[in-house]
Design a protein around this ligand. Sequence first.
Ligand code: CUK
Ligand code: CUA
Length: 652
Amino acid sequence: MKKPRFAWTLTAVAALAVGTVVVMQSCAPSAGSADMGAIARARGLSDADVVAALKTYQPSGARDEYLTFASGGQSGQVLVIGVPSMRLLKMIAAFTPEPWQGFGYGSEEHKTLLAAGRMAGRDIGWGDSHHPALSETDGDYDGQFLFINDKANPRLAVIDLRDFETKQIVANPNMGTNHGGAFVTPNTEYVIEPSQYSVPLWKDYAEMDRYAEDYRGVVTFWKFDRQKGRLDAAASFSLELPPYWHDLSDAGKGPSFGWAFLNSFNTEMATGGVEQGKPPFEAGASQNDMDYMHVINWQKAAQVATQAGKTRMARGMKVIPMETAVAEGLLYLIPEPKSPHGSDVTPDGRFIVVSGKLDPHVTVYSWEKIKAAIDGKQFTDNDRYGIPILDFASVINGQLEVGLGPLHTQFDDKGNGYTSIFLDTRVTKWRLDPLEVLDQVDVQYNVGHLVAAEGDTKSPDGKYLIAMNKWALDRFNDVGPLLPQNFQLIDISGDKMQVLYDMPIGVGEPHYAQMIKADKLKPFQTYPQIGYDPGTMGPAKNAVLPGKERIERRGNEVHVYMTAVRSHFNPEHIRVRQGDKVTIHITSVEQAHDATHGFAIAKYNINLSLEPGEAQTVSFVADTPGVFPYYCTEFCSALHLEMTGYLLVEPQ
Ligand code: CUK
Ligand code: CUA
């Protein structure tokens, strides 16, 4: 390796090892000092700090090599972060109305989109997003779509990566909550959504003492129609599962293609009741030494789901009952160590790595051995629902002690795994075959998920790993009792892992993320034509071209055909009568990169973002009389403040 050019800083810093703080205060270089050594000394930066800065800093105008799509946690959104700079590029509105993007503030497209995500007859104004999944082709990220789950209100969202906008929300009527999705099969045939806390499946209500009889887990395989860019509920199917609590899933690839692996906990089927002196869930659900990994043949299940008499409908969704799943050989159980959490298939598809929150090991299952046991019908037992159980010892490749509270594993390009160790608050790097711990690095603090560059594909890149830490404690300036999460970028290109950068996430508790090579993404710079509808990703039905602006009255309906361009709306006056239904079709006739306009109407809770070429429709009842300015909310030009108009609502 070439000697770093700035190795001299080590000497400089060593000489100043005592009294760095004093140095900081007494010898601050003059503003504009170009002496790197003096700056590093004055700021108290170690040699390693300077190296980390050089590895992450992006000069103005330089682009990042990777983009990370991180869940936004309770914000219900998705964060887009550049790597290695760890700059936040965008927050994509997914489940939660978001004003900058004008998501859910009057646009008809968003009304329809969000209405599909209604649950229990309610508009849901948030989501608890956990697991984003990039679409894959042949086991590699293809850069076309992103899926994300909402744990709280069992839903999935589909984001089109041509414009980084949410196109669809689907609600799952058969789950209380979901958790272990979204994960995709290697060609995005299906998006996997497993339930977490089981609820009654075949009836709407059952007492807790009927838990084992009436409560059920469910895993839904949502068929993805890539052409339409939509999940197709009619072509999707679910499997009825025992009322264990299901956790993370992953899809097999390579030799394990066609199968999915789904963790569970609370196989004790504890029902809690601490207030009645019963064991609390945390104790009741942790009694057994083993829970069950569910091994599911989704490829065969997809065929079974099309056969007459093999499915039952539950709340409009096609479900394969457990007896059918067992009879058809679709579902098997394998013991897995106490309260497992992560389930991760290795890039070559040969192993499945599971970590138990209450077990200091990673357990590495061998697909070859699992398949042989299934084919040879070598079962030790059935669970109480008749599902065959495989023998733990004969299907594992081994176990490796990695630390206290292992959660999730990612992979690099050299046959290594990286496991987050929650309780020890570090990352353990280990070799898959033969099993051996290679390195450990402390992270701050209590790491949940990890994400590695292209880490879920069949060909990970190595290079970078992000530790998504739950606690920040002393890492940042205090901002009151609610602290941000801490994303730490780790260099994994060498033998020793090095933490390079801390990024605070102040919008929610992200869980998982996926990191894609930036050059795989081919986003639009502007919409491809004037009058483009992001809802259908095609020409808008109600596009308004320059010169065709007008206002039409049909009874008590007023239709406004409007254009937006720097620096005016046309028309600038909209005169209606109180009680009229007003529909504004508005098209941005801009074609210049980044020439965004907004369209907001005061006091009517209406706000749109109009990207170049975009057409949108907004509809409302003008029930409040008065005079309401509308204006452009983006500082688009020198005459941006003049980009305005008046809505006159004449009193009845
Ligand atoms: S979960 Cu949060 S740290 Cu939802 Cu994937 Cu493990
Ligand atoms: Cu358009 Cu400001």
